[in-house]
Design a protein around this ligand. Sequence first.
Ligand SMILES: [Zn+2]
Length: 315
Amino acid sequence: MKKKKRRLRKKRIRNCLIGLILLIGVGIGGFSYFQYIHSNSYLLKQIGYQKDEIEIILKQSPKEIDTILKKEYHKNMVSLLQEQYFLLDHLDRYLAYSKKHPNKSMKDVVTLVNVNRDREFYENSKKTDTSKKELMLVNKYYALGKDYQPTNIVSISNQYCYGENEIKEEVFDAFLDMWNAAKKENLTLIITSSYRDYETQEILWNRYKDQQGQAWADSISARAGSSEHQTGYTLDIVTYNSILNDFENTDEFKWLQKHAHEYGFILRYPKGKEDITGYDYESWHYRYVGVDVAKKIHELGITFDEYYAYFIENK
Ligand SMILES: [Zn+2]
């Protein structure tokens, strides 16, 4: 009788234990399932992303993952994310632009949207942030006001230029260093244009417009406020016996290609980058941005517009 009771109690304890283990098991399982259906991985799968795409998305920052989770599936999303100069703030514009231009690579989409080429020239131009000094951006999307005048302007001696020219002192100092270095190799750099004020640019553009209309004027000249020459950081450089368009065939040009960045200058409108800068190739137009940035731009092989979008405005 006693033995039977003891066996019964043992059995009950064993059943209780089994029950408890089962309960814990179900609990853990349920919790894991709950966790899984709320995981980014599961949610991305629900949106339609494949395993390999999910792996790449999950490597992005929490903010990026969060943004992607709020959007519908997009076949270009993963390629966009992997682009070197991808900016999360531009995601909607990238997607809209790539839809409109299905033949463009994601690299081009990111580059062009970063420099605002998904918008019309001069449409809702932003005001140039002049506090950036030698890194201020002036183009067909960022304009200087009528009242902006650079400080510390010096006139350039005739030894270095054609006609009357003025430029910011720090730019002239850098130019002199560059001029001397070129001279050591029997090369002569000559400035043909430098600081131009708002009014001068206005007169210039209006003259072109009167001659052959607005579209033509826009194709060869910047509108007032949108010319880099107003910054006081820009020089047009040529040499003896060369006019602007011939300059690229001179040894002086070849030397500048190799060395301008060492003195803080960059070729502002390079060949093959017309879509990005919004300007025709100009072998003579150099912009002072300081040695560090000029070196970085030279190294990366990008334009100043791209540099500004990613490394300055994105900060
Ligand atoms: Zn110029």
